[in-house]
Design a protein around this ligand. Structure first.
Ligand code: NAG
Length: 324
């Protein structure tokens, strides 16, 4: 297991270096919206997004959450999709859609800034079509790792096409590799949606360190390995694990954070008077600045997490599946 992780890291380093210059465009035709209910998965080509509407289980009165995963070498996208879809389906008030970018990006030798922009443009077009059949304010884009930058590009392309902004993009440890090699890529930035919230869990290594959102959360501070992690992949995953935890009913305030500029100040209670605010699902769109919080090393990760409630999640997933 450990060797496997090491090899994965080495290959991600290689791909992000200038030694690989392949310019292969992603195969957009293989990109699908995967609408996931507790009982079924439906695949719809991105540019036919209006067809989601024809699926009986798709409810245009619910919020629509679209998750864009990262790239397989640094992200187990299927696990991210499984866990986040389960959490949202336990809430029951959303249409959960995933885009497994890995399935088309993996056919490349590399992903580049150019590919990221292209994938985002394509997604932006699909969302613009979708916004004709569901209310714009109900759409929430979430991206992990490379997926966060694809979301940023999708937001910009959506605005070019419609003259409107997506309401919210959440970046889960937006990827650092590939974007510091002289390639000109903005990546996910404040302004790509009305509200951009970012959770950094492997800052400076696989994830970007700098705050680029309207609000940036630094669980455990600006350190590469949060409590409980001994590998960078573990740290890079924590962003979605924290987010998933916050989605379960009752957990909205598991991760209370303070506007602050260091962990030291947080621990000394010297962060100033801005009220504490939740990281994750319940983050309010009027938050601005950098927020710090402590976390636990194992689930429930939130300092205000509750073991009993955590056991109920497992029950929720099983229960939903049994009802199918
Ligand atoms: C933990 O969650 C359970 C189930 O929601 C609840 O009954 C219990 O009161 C909670 N415990 C604490 C200490 O908040």
């Amino acid at each position: 297991m450990f060797h496997q992780l090491l090899i994965l890291f080495v290959s991600s380093t290689l791909v992000s270096s200038n030694s690989v210059q392949t310019r292969v465009m992603p195969d957009m035709a293989t990109m699908n919206f995967q609408f996931i209910t507790p009982c079924a998965k439906y695949s719809i080509p991105i540019l036919s997004s209006k067809d989601l509407y024809k699926i009986k289980a798709f409810d245009e009165n619910k919020q629509t959450v679209i998750l864009v995963t990262g790239w397989r070498t640094t992200v187990d996208s299927s696990q991210t999709i499984d866990e986040l879809s389960k959490a949202y389906n336990c809430r029951g008030d959303v249409n959960f859609i995933a885009i497994d970018v890995a399935s088309c990006v993996d056919t490349l030798f590399t992903w580049s800034a150019l590919n990221t922009e292209k994938l985002g443009e394509y997604l932006g077009k699909g969302i613009a079509d979708l916004a004709q059949v569901v209310p714009l304010e109900s759409i929430h884009l979430i991206g992990h790792s490379l997926g966060a930058h694809i979301c940023g590009s999708a937001g910009r392309s959506f605005t070019t096409l419609t003259d409107e902004k997506l309401p919210r993009i959440t970046g889960l440890d937006p990827a650092k590799p590939c974007f510091n090699e002289g390639e000109d890529l903005t990546g996910l930035m404040r302004g790509d949606a009305d509200f951009v919230d970012i959770i950094h869990t492997n800052p400076g290594v696989l994830g970007r360190r700098d705050p680029t959102g309207d609000v940036d959360f630094y669980p455990d501070g600006i350190i590469p390995l949060p409590t409980g992690c001994y590998t960078i992949l573990c740290a890079h995953e924590r962003a979605w694990r924290y987010y998933v935890e916050s989605v379960y009913p009752g957990n909205e305030n598991n991760f209370m954070a303070k506007r602050c500029n260091s962990m030291t100040k947080l621990k000394q209670n010297r962060c100033g008077k801005t009220p504490a605010a939740p990281m994750g699902y319940a983050t309010s769109s009027n938050l601005r600045g950098n927020y710090f919080l402590e976390v636990r090393g194992s689930s429930p990760f939130g300092m205000d997490g509750n073991k009993t409630r955590e056991e109920q999640y497992v029950w929720c997933g099983t229960d939903l599946a049994n009802k199918c």
